[in-house]
Write a protein that binds this ligand. Structure first.
Ligand code: AMP
Length: 297
C-alpha cells in the first residue's frame, strides 16, 4: 500500500501529497512511471518565490506529473552560519504550491533520508567548470550540489529537470554531470525572475531589510551597465567601471565580478564569433551573500 503523508495536519484545506521519505515517494511514483507518464522535477531549497514558481509552472505544462523537492542541502554550504540562517518555510511553501496546482507532488526529506548516517559529499569532475567563480569562492560547493542533485535524480528518476539561470554556473555544472554520468534526464534552464527594482529573486532576500533590498538594486543596474559597455569596451574597462560603482556604495561589498564564456565559464579575453558571454557577480549586502548574472551578447 502506498503510504503518503497528506499535509492535512498542517492545512485543513490541503489535499496535496507531501512526502518526507523517499521510499514512500518512489512507491507513489511507480504507477506513473509504469504507464510511461513523464515526470518533471524542480529541485529547490524552499522559501519559495515567483522564480521557483515559474520553474514549476513550466514543468506542469510540459509533463504529466511534477515533483518539487524542498531540501536545504547541508553539503553545499561552505559557511555554517549561512546554513543556519537559511530560511525554512515549509508550510508557506506548500500553500504556494497548492495555489499553483495541488497535483504537484512535494518531496521534503530529512537530511538522513537523503544522506543516511554520513552527511558527506562525493567528489565530481566537471571538466574545470567547478574551478571558476562560485567554485573559487565557495570551496566544496559544487561537490555538494552534484551529490544532492545526483541523489535526487536517482530517487525521482525524472524525464526533465528544471533549473534557473540565476545560478547559471550550477545549471552548466548539472548539465555537465548529467552528460558525463549518462543520466537519462533532460536539463532545462529558465530565465531569472526579478523584483520590480531589478533585484533577482532569491530566498536569501528574505534576510534583507527594506532599505537593503532597495540598495541591492545596484547589482542589476551594474549588470545592465556591463551589458551596455560590452559592445565597445574591453573586459578590463568594464571591470574598472564596475569597481568604481561599488567603491561608492556603502553597506554593499563586491566579492567578484567576472565576464566569462557561457559554455566553458573561462574568463573572457577576446570575442570569438559564435560564442556567448555573460557577466557574473557576487556581493555581500550586510552578511547576506547574493549572486546574479546577465547575458552580454
Ligand atoms: P534554490 O532554492 O535557491 O536552490 O533554487 C532552486 C531553483 O530555483 C534553482 O534552479 C535556481 O536557479 C532557481 N531560481 C532561484 N532564484 C530564481 C529566480 N529569481 N528566477 C528563476 N529561477 C530561480
Amino acid at each position: 500500500m502506498v503510504q503518503c503523508l497528506k499535509f492535512a495536519p498542517y492545512f485543513e484545506t490541503a489535499s496535496m501529497f507531501v512526502f518526507h521519505k523517499k521510499t514512500q515517494l518512489q512507491e507513489h511514483l511507480k504507477p506513473f512511471r509504469e504507464k510511461g507518464l513523464s515526470i518533471g522535477f524542480v529541485p529547490t531549497m524552499g522559501a519559495l518565490h515567483a522564480g521557483h514558481l515559474s520553474l514549476l509552472e513550466k514543468s506542469r505544462t510540459e509533463n504529466a506529473f511534477t515533483v518539487i523537492s524542498i531540501f536545504v542541502n547541508p553539503t553545499q554550504f561552505n559557511n555554517p552560519d549561512d546554513l543556519l540562517k537559511y530560511p525554512r518555510t515549509l508550510e508557506d511553501d506548500v500553500a504556494k504550491i497548492e495555489e499553483l496546482d495541488p497535483h504537484i507532488i512535494v518531496y521534503a526529506p530529512s537530511v538522513s533520508d537523503i544522506y543516511g548516517a554520513h552527511t558527506v559529499s562525493e567528489h565530481f569532475d566537471y571538466d574545470g567548470l567547478e574551478n571558476q567563480m562560485e567554485g573559487k569562492h565557495r570551496p566544496g560547493h559544487f561537490d555538494g550540489v552534484g551529490t544532492v542533485v545526483s541523489k535526487l535524480f536517482e530517487i525521482i528518476r525524472p524525464d526533465v529537470a528544471y533549473f534557473g539561470e540565476k545560478d547559471f554556473q550550477q545549471l552548466q555544472i548539472v548539465r555537465k554531470m548529467t552528460q558525463k554520468l549518462g543520466l537519462p534526464v533532460q536539463i532545462k534552464g529558465l530565465p531569472i525572475y526579478r523584483e520590480s527594482n531589478g533585484l533577482a529573486m532569491s530566498s536569501r532576500n528574505a534576510r534583507l531589510s527594506a532599505a537593503e533590498r532597495e540598495k541591492a538594486a545596484v547589482i542589476y543596474k551594474t549588470l545592465k551597465t556591463a551589458q551596455g559597455l560590452f559592445g565597445t569596451k574591453s573586459a578590463e574597462q568594464i571591470t574598472n567601471a564596475v569597481l568604481q560603482i561599488f567603491e561608492q556604495e556603502k553597506g554593499i561589498e563586491l566579492e567578484y565580478f567576472e565576464i566569462a564564456d557561457e559554455a566553458t565559464l573561462q574568463p573572457f579575453e577576446e570575442k570569438i564569433p559564435g560564442r556567448h558571454y555573460r557577466a557574473f557577480i557576487a556581493v555581500f549586502v550586510g552578511d547576506v551573500r547574493l549572486i546574479d548574472t546577465i547575458p552580454l551578447n
